[in-house]
Design a binder for this molecule. Structure first.
Ligand SMILES: NC(=O)c1ccc[n+]([C@@H]2O[C@H](COP(=O)([O-])OP(=O)(O)OC[C@H]3O[C@@H](n4cnc5c(N)ncnc54)[C@H](OP(=O)(O)O)[C@@H]3O)[C@@H](O)[C@H]2O)c1
Length: 334
């Protein structure tokens, strides 16, 4: 049996290009004792993948040249030599950008496709959903009646953050690129207002949409938008630093906030989060969010692209703002 794989061929400078990748075909490896062979169905496309391509110190080791590109994935066990796993089990793991993975069963989690579509375990019920849940609730600590602003509002993390803040009784303003995304977060996700950072003056629009100021800002994008929000924060505001996608393809140093003294004036707090810190409590979060989905309070949206060979171009959709909700790649077309 053959296995198509994307290997990291070269580290990118700026936006990744075709020559950063090797698309190869290898033989599928037979599982040994303690291992399983998984047929991967969906690959998660995450902004963090851009960081993993750099040879830089981070919260996780970089992907090495010649290695299969790291990615969160879901699929089905096709052969098992590991206790507790059987053919046909649906599983989640970091199996990488390939069709098949032969891996140690340690660190592999079973998921239940009868409770939710498989790809949802890469979205709301997976890593982005966990990021949103713990980031907004534990670090943002939104209180009823407060104003919560979230950037990347129509994306995997942002769309969930805003909906959870609504569930908690907050006024929620999303920041997103383009009218379609702004309409989506207001009309379909129930946000109170949205700001199109591509066509509006963000600072002015914040003053209009957040007349009582900003109590919580959940930042997915960094850069100028972070600076603009800092000018509108309230006393004891909480800024959740989740990501800075506007900076990931920079060839110049990351642009830090020049308005950070607003934290001093307002006795406010800015705190970074890493989703994996909450791993032991994922089950609690998934259960509560599945409940909200069942009650119609939380909408899950996946954006599915098809064909493993398209991986390099589909990854770039994140940086071009072409995804609505959680971007996933379905490995095979049928
Ligand atoms: N800390 C953690 O543990 C953790 C975990 C997961 C994700 N994250 C971070 O969370 C953020 C969102 O991730 P996601 O998976 O939910 O991605 P996503 O929001 O689904 O997709 C990325 C979105 O970023 C926006 N974007 C791209 N370039 C931009 C720019 N220059 N300025 C402003 N917005 C830009 C685009 O939306 P528009 O069309 O609106 O521009 C794009 O759709 C990322 O920064 C990611 O690194 C952090």
């Amino acid at each position: 049996m053959k296995n198509k794989q994307y290997l990291l061929a070269k580290r990118p400078i700026g936006t990744p290009t075709a020559d950063n990748w090797d698309f190869v075909e290898t033989d599928v490896k037979e599982p040994q004792d303690g291992e399983i062979l998984v047929k991967i169905e969906y690959i998660s496309l995450d902004p963090a993948m851009r960081g993993w391509m750099n040879d830089a110190k981070s919260y996780i080791e970089p992907v090495q040249i010649g290695e299969v590109m790291r990615a969160g994935t879901v699929g089905y066990v096709v052969k098992s030599k590991a206790e507790g796993f059987a053919e046909g089990d649906a599983v989640y793991g970091h199996f990488g950008v390939q069709q098949y993975a032969t891996v140690s069963a340690k660190g592999v989690h079973k998921v239940d496709p009868s409770l939710a579509p498989l790809e949802r375990y890469l979205g709301v019920l997976g890593m982005p959903g966990m990021t949103a849940y713990f980031g907004i609730l534990d670090t943002g600590q939104p209180k009823e009646g407060e104003t919560v602003v979230v950037s990347g509002a129509a994306g995997a993390v942002g769309s969930v953050v805003g909906q959870i803040a609504k569930i908690k009784g907050c006024r929620v303003v999303g920041i997103a690129g383009g009218k379609d995304k702004c309409d989506f977060v207001v009309n379909e996700l129930g946000f109170d207002a949205a700001i199109d950072y591509k066509s509006q003056n963000v600072k002015k629009a914040l003053r209009e949409t957040c007349p009582n100021g900003v109590d919580v800002y959940f930042d997915n994008v960094g850069g100028d938008i972070l600076d603009d929000v800092l000018t509108q924060i309230n006393f004891k505001a909480r800024i959740v630093i989740c990501g800075a996608i506007s900076q990931y393809n920079n060839t110049t140093p990351v642009k830090g906030p020049s308005n950070y003294l607003s934290l001093l004036v307002n006795r406010a707090r800015m705190e970074g989060i890493v989703v994996f810190d909450n791993a032991k409590n994922y089950g609690i979060a998934a259960k509560e969010m599945a409940g909200w989905i069942a009650q119609g309070k939380l909408q899950a949206k996946e954006h599915v692209e098809v064909g493993i060979e398209r991986f390099p171009e589909v990854l770039l959709m994140l940086f071009n703002g072409e995804n609505f909700g959680k971007l996933v790649l379905k490995v095979d077309g049928e």
